[in-house]
Design a protein around this ligand. Sequence first.
Ligand SMILES: NC(=O)C1=CN([C@@H]2O[C@H](COP(=O)(O)OP(=O)(O)OC[C@H]3O[C@@H](n4cnc5c(N)ncnc54)[C@H](OP(=O)(O)O)[C@@H]3O)[C@@H](O)[C@H]2O)C=CC1
Ligand SMILES: CC(C)(CO)C(=O)C(=O)O
Length: 297
Amino acid sequence: MKIAIIGAGAVGLFLAASCQKAGQSVTVFTRTEASASVINKEGITLTGRMSNITPVEAKHELNENETFDLVIVAVKSYHVSNVLKQFKLLWQKGCSWLFVQNGMDHLEELTAIPSSVYLGVMEYGLYKHDHRAVVDVRGIGQLKMAVYRNKQVSSSNKEVETLFPFSNLNVVWMDGYQKMLEDKLVVNVCINPLTAILQVKNGELRTNPIYQKEMHAYFIEVMNVLERGDMEQMWEYVLSVCLKTAANESSMLVDLKRGRKLELDAIVGYVLKRGHEKRIGTPKLTNAYEQLVGSSV
Ligand SMILES: NC(=O)C1=CN([C@@H]2O[C@H](COP(=O)(O)OP(=O)(O)OC[C@H]3O[C@@H](n4cnc5c(N)ncnc54)[C@H](OP(=O)(O)O)[C@@H]3O)[C@@H](O)[C@H]2O)C=CC1
Ligand SMILES: CC(C)(CO)C(=O)C(=O)O
């Protein structure tokens, strides 16, 4: 199976190494020539909870005649729109697409793709070292997957599963994408902005009672806006992700430290917008948004 992975960040490199190790033919598309050359020279190194070096092909540009069975888009949500334009050549070639972004903002962009589209949520804690193709696997959770739109003859999950070479990851197929993404949104609203504001690892939100109380206040607001009743179950879920990714710095904290744009609109901004439409107050999240928006480039 030929797989294109767009984005050589923490998630893209991790998935590229995992697919290549599972015996697939992987090409990683990078934003710069320099990143492609590092991967071609050094391969992808996983450290921490997984440890291996995998040779993977990387390119900076798509060749007109190339085609793939599966295209995995592993860029930040605010880059999805650009990537879709840049890789439009692949739209009509019948490739299946998998998007693994946090947040809910990118969904509208996906309606234009004429072939099958799948969504994934990563509950792994992954940290990419700057300027190197090295990813520290700091937390192992699940990779949840769901069908967004299926153009295959059958949409049975069993058949769809065979499309994805992730036998070495903990993949769980979900019945619907909406709840899957919303559940992850709750997790990211609780973990990402607070770890960025406090500059702490995910695990500290669980072990420090003062931080946990603050996180619970964020949790109540997002659950109210999403009109979710499964409070106990979801709070357990949030705490379980804090535990599984305890040693990780959230992607928002990493971006903040590196002076990169934060995925603030896709995560907190989305909840503020829904809250505003429904006239449901979100004072804590509004305050978090305002604190962080100033630090976002
Ligand atoms: N890291 C984690 O632990 C987790 C992350 N996620 C989510 O996964 C998604 C990806 O996150 P993550 O891997 O951490 O992000 P990173 O910022 O580490 O990686 C994104 C990569 O995409 C590249 N990119 C941007 N635009 C293009 C383009 N047009 N063509 C090719 N490459 C491009 C960037 O290049 P450049 O660096 O050159 O700008 C960067 O290397 C996010 O939505 C995140 O929220 C979900 C769960 C866990
Ligand atoms: C799962 C978690 C919270 C891991 O840090 C994440 O999604 C992120 O950092 O964006």
